[in-house]
Design a binder for this molecule. Sequence first.
Ligand code: SF4
Ligand code: SF4
Length: 376
Amino acid sequence: MSKRQLAMVMDLNKCIGCQTCTVACKTQWTNRNGREYMYWNNVETYPGTGYPKNWMELGGGFDAAGDLQPGIIPNLEADYGVPWDYNYDALQGGASFEPNVEPTWGPNWDEDEGTGLFPQDNYFFYLPRICNHCTNPGCLSACPRDAIFKREQDGVVLVDLDRCQGYRYCIAGCPYKKIYFNPKISKSEKCILCFPRIEQGLPPACAQQCVGRIRFVGFLDDTEGQVHKLVNKYKVALGLRTDYGTQPNVYYVPPTESPAKFDANGKIIEGSTRLPIEELEKLFGTEVHQAIKTLKAEMKKRKETGESELMDILIAYQHSDMFRLDNNYYQQVAKESGRKPLALVDNRYVAGKFTKSGHEMNFFHGGHTGAVGGHH
Ligand code: SF4
Ligand code: SF4
């Protein structure tokens, strides 16, 4: 376990499936050099096959006794799909607009399909996924080379590429299949939670670009922070498939409301709901009942009284309400390890347990940085 844990909360009630997060991540980290097929951030339609195909059934993680479970390494072509491109140049010469490979599978092959019968009881919702930067990572346990490590300062899980030999045990060991094999360099690669951005005061690209403003980023032990409040105070943000035993640190506010079903005559079935609670239980455990109860109670309270801290947090009026990156802390860690602290690119999201105000930031910068949270 690391000294502190940086975590992300995603509010599934607000995700519109626009894939802006996916593109933000792809353009930042995985658009070339053997990473073309990788999606460190993907947004899948649930229920659906997911990415890679049927990832929930591929093993890995730990059993109740804490033993690592065997897992399957997905096939690059069949389970992830071969990325294709279009012949943009040939278009100018009048050629047809065709993919350069015959597409047979890819992420979101079944986007927006969901399940059920239209219009009676069909439903789906979006499930954005990144590496969970687990407290007990299956990838790390599975690696015989000790090439995967969890950063002491913030719990970010990283691959040491100098040590990695490309054995791929980590891929089998991760029950979320969020670590990928780079066939060009024969090494494993994964989401780095945009740590180089975070250390300079910028949220992860997926979170900052998120159109639905569904993503909150902060330290779990920062009791003033939104992440702590959603996870620990109100307990409305829950880990995904915690039964895999890796203690994930990406948390989800479950979908809370869904439309009623229609009968065969197209009439609303009063009191019915399309989204089966058993599905949410499968994803988020039995705590999902209390989480939904709390969310509904706070929504009601907000409607009746105009007051609800929880609803204010989830509405996320401004970016500085969503990200608390505690940059004094990072600067302190850098100094203690003999490194020069990185200059801040943005000072709007620096608040945290060890970063109370803009004034305190001056300690490290020797200049005026302005009041934290004062910019939108
Ligand atoms: S989600 Fe997978 S790759 Fe990420 S830390 Fe957990 S086990 Fe490792
Ligand atoms: S950018 Fe936000 S709203 Fe759009 S798909 Fe990603 S998580 Fe959902």
